[in-house]
Design a protein around this ligand. Structure first.
Ligand SMILES: Nc1ncnc2c1ncn2[C@@H]1O[C@H](COP(=O)(O)OP(=O)(O)O)[C@@H](O)[C@H]1O
Ligand SMILES: Nc1ccn([C@H]2C[C@H](O)[C@@H](COP(=O)(O)OP(=O)(O)O)O2)c(=O)n1
Length: 203
């Protein structure tokens, strides 16, 4: 069984996927972490984030560890995970995610994983796992998402909201919900409420 949970930035995809995956006793995979890892390695190498030819050779040692409690990304034995949610990675990741060769590299990593799993990102239900049995798409207003993310970033809420809205705009191409996805507005719900809503649909 494959469950896909797509949605806009900071809509709750990772937290919800982790909760659903733990309830089901299966792993979840965060595709955004792979795009973030490419961005971090590119920034650290001083690379042009729009240049696939420079970025791809940096990725040979990158591996996603899809634990249900929280994914980790490794590069040749070094754990990158703690550095993947910085403001500078946030600012560069949409440029990296627009490169077709990088999208292909991420898709190959994900499709190599054995089912059952919960996969979260932007295009899990449309492109990577179009045959998934259960598809969900999370939304919330920009302000609600910025208020949530403000607990995880040093910037104030208006600055975070502006950055989220800009990233939504840059990510529009790959962010359309699958026609067969169930759309959930997480704004009025608690985290557990979203997890329970999905689990009810799966039963
Ligand atoms: N329904 C919700 N109500 C309140 N907080 C939530 C809800 N969903 C997610 N959060 C919180 O919002 C933050 C962003 O969630 P996260 O899972 O990182 O989103 P995404 O993976 O879409 O970026 C986290 O701190 C999470 O605990
Ligand atoms: N399947 C995916 C997952 C993420 N991305 C891109 C788009 C996002 O700007 C970045 C980071 O995504 P991630 O889900 O980690 O983070 P946010 O919830 O957007 O803060 O990666 C994508 O293009 N396709």
């Amino acid at each position: 069984m494959i469950v896909t949970i797509d949605g806009v930035a900071a809509s709750g995809k990772s937290s919800v996927s982790s909760g659903v995956a733990q309830a089901l006793g299966v792993p979840y995979v965060s595709s955004g972490l792979l795009y973030r890892a490419v961005t971090l390695l590119g920034l650290n190498a001083g690379a042009d984030l729009a240049d696939a030819a420079t970025l791809l050779p940096l990725l040979s040692g990158v591996r996603l560890e899809p634990l249900a409690s929280g994914n980790r990304v490794w590069n040749a034995g070094a754990d990158l995970t703690a550095d993947l949610h910085s403001t500078r990675v946030d600012a560069g990741v949409s440029t990296v995610a627009a490169i077709p060769q990088i999208r292909q590299w991420v898709d190959d990593q994900l499709r190599a994983l054995p089912a059952p799993l919960v996969a979260e990102g932007r295009d899990m239900g449309t492109n990577v796992f179009p045959y998934a049995q259960h598809k969900f798409y999370l939304t919330a207003s920009p302000r609600v998402r910025a208020e949530r993310r403000a607990k995880e970033r040093p910037e104030d809420i208006p600055a975070i909201e502006a950055a989220l809205t800009e990233r939504d705009r840059q990510d529009t191409t790959q962010s359309a919900p699958a026609p067969d996805a169930r759309v959930i507005d997480t704004g009025p719900l608690t985290l557990q409420g979203v997890i329970d809503t999905i689990l009810e649909h799966l039963r």
